[in-house]
Design a protein around this ligand. Structure first.
Ligand code: GDP
Length: 173
């Protein structure tokens, strides 16, 4: 099992669709429940993927943090990697930091994926990538040292991420 976690609208379901459209034999159904709560929402995609949606606001850390971590760790059995999606346009936000803290505190192996790289200029993207890379190098322990910049629109970076996931899980179904 691998987990995709990130703020609402960061591009989780688009990324999963992009990853799977390169493997059309796998059916993609991201079951989004209507109605937004202020808690994390878990969605299963097939047998091996879990998507965790974090609302971008409304956390009253540390109270909600405890809840969140407990829910997450219930899924920990068989959890091979956590992919934390960060919007490359805006960089690491408060909610992203909560997820990073959680992964660090519980020593979960995680990987940062930069989404929507088609949206900014090369200069802006480079600046964000360097800033986040520096953060990963200096402020994290459990984060995979390589970032995965992707676009679910142009499919840039999708093959590379897909190979990485396959190497972690053994297969993609
Ligand atoms: P989720 O809430 O994290 O599942 O986010 P979605 O996958 O639903 O994406 C949120 C919005 O961002 C949608 O309007 C998508 O079309 C858009 N989006 C997602 N990925 C990309 C991308 O790689 N490039 C661009 N330009 N837009 C994207």
């Amino acid at each position: 099992v691998v987990c995709f976690i990130g703020r609402s609208n960061v591009g989780k379901s688009s990324l999963i669709k992009a990853l799977f459209s390169l493997a059309p034999e796998v059916e993609v159904r991201v079951s989004k429940k209507p109605g937004h709560t202020k808690k994390m929402n878990f969605f299963k995609v097939g047998k091996h993927f879990t998507v965790v949606d974090m609302p971008g606001y409304g956390y009253r850390a540390p109270e909600d943090f405890v809840d969140m971590v407990e829910t997450y760790l219930k899924e920990r059995r068989n959890l091979k990697r956590t992919f934390l999606l960060v919007d490359s346009v805006v960089g690491i936000q408060k909610t992203d930091n909560i997820a990073i803290e959680m992964c660090e505190e519980f020593a979960l192996p995680y990987v940062i994926v930069l989404t929507k790289i088609d949206k900014s200029s090369k200069g802006h993207l480079l600046k964000q990538v360097l800033q986040i890379q520096k953060f990963v190098n200096t402020k994290t322990q459990g984060c995979f040292p390589q970032l995965f910049p992707v676009s679910s629109v142009t499919f840039s970076g999708i093959h590379l991420l897909r190979s990485f996931i396959a190497s972690v899980t053994g297969n993609l179904d």
